[in-house]
Design a protein around this ligand. Structure first.
Ligand SMILES: [Zn+2]
Length: 232
């Protein structure tokens, strides 16, 4: 098994998940799965890419693929990303001033469970920012049960219990996808990575079978601009 981002063959544990974190670039199984989808994406060299909360392995790999200046790393707290040449500030709850029809790709993973505002606001603006043929590719973690969210001053313990982590403001539930996220954006009815990649390719990149199908922590979502159901 080899990391498809950095080539390392060594992996370590991530919490209770055995042998899934690359010791070379820090990628997790979901990051390597996301990269497989990104590698399949036809992107011109001068494509403009907005990568929110960039993963180190993907940042380094994408920096070689996209022309300098067109690959934009962004986060609410840019100084957390010292591996990046530059990282600009973005607040997913204040996107009104970001340009429309600007990006060929907007990319993020495990971000939307942290944003303390209306999820429809954020999704509306991210899709407004996409070019007509742009893609929005992301991983939204899905957990058991129904959607839940709270913007009150909950304790870290309470957030852990309700949303799976001390700093999450919401939980995306598997049980009510059509009536929640699905009412904002066209959600796929199934996720099956084996439709897109051979099992041995997934295994070689050390992506365990529990990440291959269904809605889970690493489901890769691939939206077109028009998949947003909220229209002007
Ligand atoms: Zn790696």
């Amino acid at each position: 098994m080899q990391c498809n981002l950095c080539g390392s063959e060594e992996f370590t544990d991530m919490n209770s998940r055995k042998n899934v974190k690359c010791t070379g670039c820090g990628s997790l199984e979901r990051t390597r799965l996301l990269w497989m989808y990104l590698q399949n994406l036809p992107l011109k060299k001068d494509a403009k890419v907005l990568h929110i909360a960039p993963e180190k392995g993907i940042y380094i790999a994408f920096s070689k693929r996209i022309e300098n200046g067109n690959y934009i790393a962004a986060d609410l707290d840019p100084k957390r990303y010292l591996f990046a040449d530059s990282c600009v500030h973005i607040d997913l709850c204040n996107l009104d001033d970001w340009p429309s029809c600007e990006y060929d790709l907007i990319l993020h993973s495990h971000v939307l469970e942290h944003t303390p505002c209306n999820i429809a606001y954020t999704l509306f603006h991210l899709h407004r920012m996409l070019k007509e043929d742009g893609r929005h590719i992301c991983i939204i973690p899905f957990m058991a049960g129904k959607y839940d969210e709270c913007f009150q001053d909950l304790s870290g313990e309470e957030r852990q219990k309700r949303f799976g982590q001390y700093d999450h403001v919401r939980k995306f539930g598997k049980k009510d996808i059509p009536s929640h996220l699905g009412s904002i954006i066209n959600m796929p009815s199934v996720f099956d990575a084996t439709q897109d990649f051979d099992a041995h390719v997934l295994q070689e990149a050390n992506i365990p079978e529990n990440h291959w199908t269904g809605f889970h922590m690493g489901t890769v979502l691939n939206f077109s601009k028009n998949d947003l159901r909220l229209k002007n």
